[in-house]
Write a protein that binds this ligand. Sequence first.
Ligand SMILES: Nc1ncnc2c1ncn2[C@@H]1O[C@H](COP(=O)(O)OP(=O)(O)OP(=O)(O)O)[C@@H](O)[C@H]1O
Length: 227
Amino acid sequence: MIKLEKVSKTYRTDKVETLALKDIDLHVGKGEFVAMMGPSGCGKSTLLNIIGLLDRPGQGRVHIDGVALSSYRDKDVARLRNKTFGFIFQSFHLIPDLRVIDNVELPLLYRSMGNGERSRLAREALERVGLGARMEHFPNQLSGGQQQRVAIARAIVGRPQILLADEPTGNLDSKMSAEVMDILLKLNSEGTTIVMVTHDEQEARRVGRIVRVFDGQLVGKEHAHAA
Ligand SMILES: Nc1ncnc2c1ncn2[C@@H]1O[C@H](COP(=O)(O)OP(=O)(O)OP(=O)(O)O)[C@@H](O)[C@H]1O
């Protein structure tokens, strides 16, 4: 499903060069749930951005569902990203002036579908995360855990094959974190491939596989075992 070969990434500013990723080989099979762990600054977000086609590697190859990213032009990459991935962030990234239902509909605006269909899919996604009764609320009228569930509904509304989550429980207390993890595990059991960055060992142990990043490289052998 996701295959990275010898991926490296260097950030260059006027004065400094930072080698953020070095020779990453990673294979994530269809339907896997992978937790990515490592100290601050080791390259986890950079790796997630490259997997999610938000950034291109400096060197190396990225294959998504068997297709090499290098064969896509920029505008096709954007379309592939929108269709294939759902993104969840630590700080939710909801739009405060939009009602919950309108936030969830956002990713569908780029697809050709009528208002009725858009609204039906958004309602369905909100019901799946247990927020069917909060559609007309604004984000600041919800708890942190509920806001993250809205963000999950927004991430899954377009039925992506892959969910990428960057510390999705980082801003939540343990009860809300457990609720968010339950939803992610359920989505995974229904077939969605998930890659999640986390700092929480206990949480990571709930998922299928842990990939550890250190200083821009993968450590251990676990990254090689995927189907
Ligand atoms: N846009 C950028 N320009 C320059 N350097 C960057 C940029 N983004 C990241 N870096 C550097 O690349 C390295 C990896 O950063 P990255 O954000 O991927 O780490 P991380 O493991 O996600 O960290 P954290 O757990 O703190 O979020 C760091 O040394 C960081 O300073």
